[in-house]
Design a binder for this molecule. Sequence first.
Ligand SMILES: Cc1ncc(COP(=O)(O)O)c(C=O)c1O
Length: 376
Amino acid sequence: MIPFNAPPVVGTELEYMQAAMSSGKLCGDGGFTRRCQQWMEQHFGSHKVLLTPSCTASLEMAALLLDIKPGDEVIMPSFTFVSTANAFVLRGAKAVFVDVRPDTMNIDETKIEAAITDKTRAIVPVHYAGVACEMDTIMALAKKYNLYVVEDAAQGVMSTYKGKALGTIGHIGCFSFHETKNYTAGGEGGATLINDPSLIERAEIIREKGTNRSQFFRGQVDKYTWRDIGSSYLMADLQAAYLWGQLEVAEQINQRRLELWHNYYQAFKTLADSGRIELPVIPANCRQNAHMFYVKLKNVEDRTNFISYLKEAEIMAVFHYIPLHACPAGEKYGVFHGEDRYTTKESDRLVRLPLFYNMTDINQRTVISTILSYFA
Ligand SMILES: Cc1ncc(COP(=O)(O)O)c(C=O)c1O
């Protein structure tokens, strides 16, 4: 069986996890957490990076930090993971879904302004497949209407938009280090990027159960106390040790994934040219991280047949999100603004192919030849 995904393993994880175990500190904010955070601050150019248990936790932190309240509205695509919406709905907000662009499957930046009301507090662009949303337009709208931007960059680690790292453009950015992502913290993990310096102090407090324990550990205060609402949003240092092994070779992982991505692209270009499938589009101002390789088939039936054909050949290819507005909770907690021109139609046609760091060339060749035989 060729799996759809396998968690990345680079070989140094055990050594670093052992080092964490012998350091005498396994909880959050240990030595490996600091190393990962500093590396990301320097590499991506964020004022403050805080490791968290998941991107879900990072999005929840963002909603707390922005004081999202009942009655507020938050704009996002419907074609996304549940956590993008849940984080804000948990604070009582309504998710306002806007259609996606068919080329990138990202929120259509030209449809956002019409969805803004006097209740809108934030825009949450999701960088699907690690390909950037049109951030200049989104940031200009945020400025014009005094809104916050929280980038859901779960899939966007190491991607850029006009040279800027994804996750560092909005006021807050959220990364995922789940095992399905390009880099993992041993299965689960995330990071909150605080790009607006005025939010840093409160972000640390919210992450530390509403206390100023981070200031206490830095020796800035002589005791720590309950200051605000908060929760436990720290990553265990054992997980940060796993992640450190991967960040050290981040570019190597990136290059290998890009190589696999381009192999697929080249192999299927003729099929795309003849109109049989559609391939992903990477806008000129975006540098992507090959988080995902998807193709679009004619319709949902064609996709079902395609997935079954690959499964018979012991290859796992999978579709993606069921648009949130069509889900029971989406109907209850959200509303689709404007016409659903592309979200449902395009998500029905999309299928993701196996692509992971440790994928072998021979396995990829098998996937490619099986797909070519399906279309033959
Ligand atoms: C767009 C998006 N946002 C958020 C998440 C949640 O990430 P995590 O599993 O780290 O909580 C995911 C995970 O797949 C995702 O794809």
